[in-house]
Design a protein around this ligand. Structure first.
Ligand code: SAM
Ligand code: SF4
Length: 419
């Protein structure tokens, strides 16, 4: 049996595509192995959203050069956002790579299947389901639209069938994925929107939870907020990237909303969805960002108090509007300082938010074991660890929280209450 190994970095979309590629390879008779050294086929699923990720990909590719030299029969393929239209340059730079294929596509030398509808025989308790590919937004800093192309939504009926099948194969929770899930459906014949899709998925028996990411503040509608509030499987967990807390920076980023509009949206979400957990993304050190403008971002974060903040230092990406038109004028040390400041602030906020859960009982979907403890998530997306005998995998368990940190919670089974 030929053996395969997939190395993945980057976003959840990459993880979802790697999972599906693995399932497809297994259907073709390949077997997964734990290390690249054992594999007959190695696939690198790459990310280039920041220079740091791209450098890791390049290092990995360079390290595989000697493996390929010692075993020429090894097949090496690269997918993900490193793959661009200048294939000649890539082939020149990495002559030891046999194949390149675009993110979400199927490796053509293996067949013509559509990777998206390929689902695993045995689904994990929590699975990713891509609902829309590509992005039409072209935020000034972002390389994704150049590498993943125009938005293409998957039809509601196809997704309904797929999620039902995933549930039949063991899934209890799905996370719907798209670079901008709020533009789901605009390219489909009868123009369903995300709220319509969620309403349909909410009827699937055996499906306990539905999540989705990422929202775009310029496109998220009140209809969607109402749907989340009304549908029982929809988790109280929303990812809504702010990126910056200053209107001039948001404008040059090309985000299409103001801080005021963002704040109003958050207030509406909190009014309509009690107990909602919110996460956001921030870029610090965008070209021309002054100390005062950065402080405005800090103030907005302190005011809105997110459960989670993903903060990144601006990294110029070739071909993007920002890389072409703006000077990367915030020095690396200053970017680092701004990042540290946001992380420090957020650590305090997350500690306070999570500490409030101590003594409370929460529903946890058990996803696996880590260092001897069961690990799962609350409906609000918080990671929970607890110890208990028996097999809890894939079950919804009520856990009484005893300890909290900014990043996770610990507790014990509340009573004999597994579903
Ligand atoms: N579509 C989502 C959105 O609208 O925010 C996120 C997609 S993006 C691939 C994931 C995150 O990477 C972004 O939220 C942004 O904070 C970060 N990011 C993207 N390009 C970046 C860049 N050039 N430098 C630093 N961070 C970047
Ligand atoms: Fe990138 Fe903006 Fe599209 Fe998100 S919405 S993927 S940040 S271009």
């Amino acid at each position: 049996m030929p053996q395969y190994y997939i190395w993945t970095i980057g976003c959840q979309m990459n993880k979802a595509e790697s999972e599906r590629l693995g399932s497809y390879l297994e259907q073709l008779g390949f077997q997964a192995v734990a290390s690249a050294e054992q594999a007959d086929l190695i696939v690198l699923n790459s990310c280039v959203v920041r220079q740091s990720a791209e450098s890791r990909v390049i290092n990995k590719l360079s390290a595989l050069r000697s493996l390929k030299r010692s075993r020429p029969s090894l097949t090496l393929a690269v997918t993900g956002c490193l793959v661009n239209s200048h294939l000649d340059q890539l082939k020149q730079q990495f002559p030891h790579v046999d194949y390149y294929f675009e993110p979400g596509d199927c490796p053509q030398w293996l067949g013509e299947a559509q990777l998206w509808p390929v689902i695993p025989q045995h689904a994990a308790p929590s699975v990713f389901v891509p609902i829309i590919r590509g992005c039409n937004n072209f935020c000034a800093y972002c390389i994704v639209p150049y590498r993943r192309g125009q938005e293409r939504s998957r039809p509601v009926a196809e997704l309904l069938g797929e999620v039902s099948e995933l549930v039949r194969r063991g899934a209890r929770e799905v996370t719907l994925l798209g670079q901008n899930v709020d533009s789901y459906g605009h390219d489909l014949p009868d123009k369903p929107d995300l709220a319509d899709l969620l309403t349909e998925l909410n009827t699937i028996r055996g499906l306990a939870r539905i999540r989705f990411l990422t929202n775009h503040p310029k496109d998220m509608t009140l209809k969607l907020v109402d749907a989340i509030a009304a549908l029982d499987r929809l988790c109280e967990h929303i990812s809504l990237p702010l990126q910056a807390g200053n209107n001039d920076i948001l404008k040059v980023m090309g985000r299409g909303y103001t801080v005021e509009r963002y704040r109003e949206l958050i207030n509406q979400i909190r009014r309509k969805i009690p107990g909602v957990a919110l996460s956001t993304d921030i870029i610090v050190g965008f070209p021309s960002e002054t100390e005062e403008q950065f402080e405005e971002t800090v103030n907005v974060l302190a005011e809105l108090r997110f459960d989670t903040v993903h903060v990144a230092a601006y990294s110029p990406r070739p071909g993007t509007i920002a890389a072409r038109e703006f000077e990367d004028d915030v020095p690396p040390a200053e970017k680092q300082r701004r990042r540290d400041r946001v992380e420090q602030l957020q650590e305090g906020i997350a500690t306070e938010i999570n500490n409030r859960l101590i003594g409370r009982t929460v529903e946890v979907l058990v996803e696996g074991k880590k260092e001897g403890k069961w690990q799962g998530r609350t409906r609000t997306g918080k990671i929970v660890f607890y110890s208990d005998g028996g097999d809890h995998l894939g079950q919804l368990v009520q856990i009484r929280i005893q300890k909290a940190s900014p990043w996770s919670l610990q507790g014990s089974v509340a009573s004999n209450n597994k579903d």
